[in-house]
Design a protein around this ligand. Sequence first.
Ligand code: SAH
Ligand code: SF4
Length: 351
Amino acid sequence: MLDKKEIVKFLKETDKSKNSELFNRAREIKHQLCDKDVYIRGLVEISNYCRKDCYYCGIRKSNKNVNRYLMSEDEIINTAKWAYDNGYKSLVLQSGERIDDTFIQFVEDVLKKIRQFSNNGIHVTISFGEQTEETYQRWYEAGAHRYLLRVETSNRELYKKLHPEDHTFENRINALNLIKETGYQLGTGVMIGLPHQTYEDLADDIIFFRDIDVDMVGMGPYLPHKDAALEDSVYNLPTDKEELLTLSLKMIALTRICLPDINIASTTALQAIKSFGREQGILAGANVFMPNISEGEYRPNYQLYDNKPCIDDSSDECMECAGKRIEMIGEEIRYDVWGDSQHFLKKKKDG
Ligand code: SAH
Ligand code: SF4
């Protein structure tokens, strides 16, 4: 584990060859963990209804310019079946946050059906925001294995600036702990390049990942959305795309170095700033790739930020494209494994 000072130094480094060294070191650690393997998850954005109003997000509740949708149970199951038939053994289901009984039941039914048709053959990650302990339990028992809930930033004051008053940092931390205690593989992450955010904050984020003992991390650059309400113009971190990408890649690399056996996703937001961004994420130490397999008609309505890539593509196209892209960088997609977090599996084994 690097200390905070060392992490900050790496984050601020402008020497290209030193940065390349950092990425190579992280990639070597990734190779020790899972060789050239890249675990794949089919991402299904099941709904864009949301009760929350996070200022940075394009589908927040107050944005009236969004066509709201909820995929039907059949549509989700058919998508999951398509994925299974095409070799995916892992799915991510994501949506805006809803805590009403109808939604909780809906998700529970969907999870049970996925477990049933695949005969327990698919490991499912869910990302449905902050829920009660009981809901986490119900969804876990219905067949979800992993839960993604980003802390967004580990800086409490910055968290406050990004959210309305009733979205508290305390609740977020409680939620993360509840998820872990329920038995899920815990995934969290942050946005990089937020207004007011500093290099020190980013270093603290990595230390936060370690302290909360995460199993998976997914993070990416903060990207503005035209209807979002984060109007702040105070930026301490680079806003230039190339520099922001490099900073995001360094966050991946440093997280890999500090937490060698967790799963790290190379997120879509990296591709939104540069067409080859996600592949660069893998080269900087990430080992998870999540092609979008949502139905084409819904994709344009799930825009958390502007210029989201692949909204005109089909699931087939995304699958083919993912395979080619990973091959091009000399790594290999593994379809035939669940690709659970080794950190989690080790913890479980050790009791
Ligand atoms: N509602 C769920 C899942 C959907 S949002 C939740 O909030 O957990 C998933 C992630 O998208 C968020 O955690 C946030 O980090 C990211 N996101 C939202 N708006 C973004 C933006 N403008 N730029 C980059 N990432 C964004
Ligand atoms: Fe809703 Fe998640 Fe967007 Fe917040 S980040 S507004 S919870 S979808």
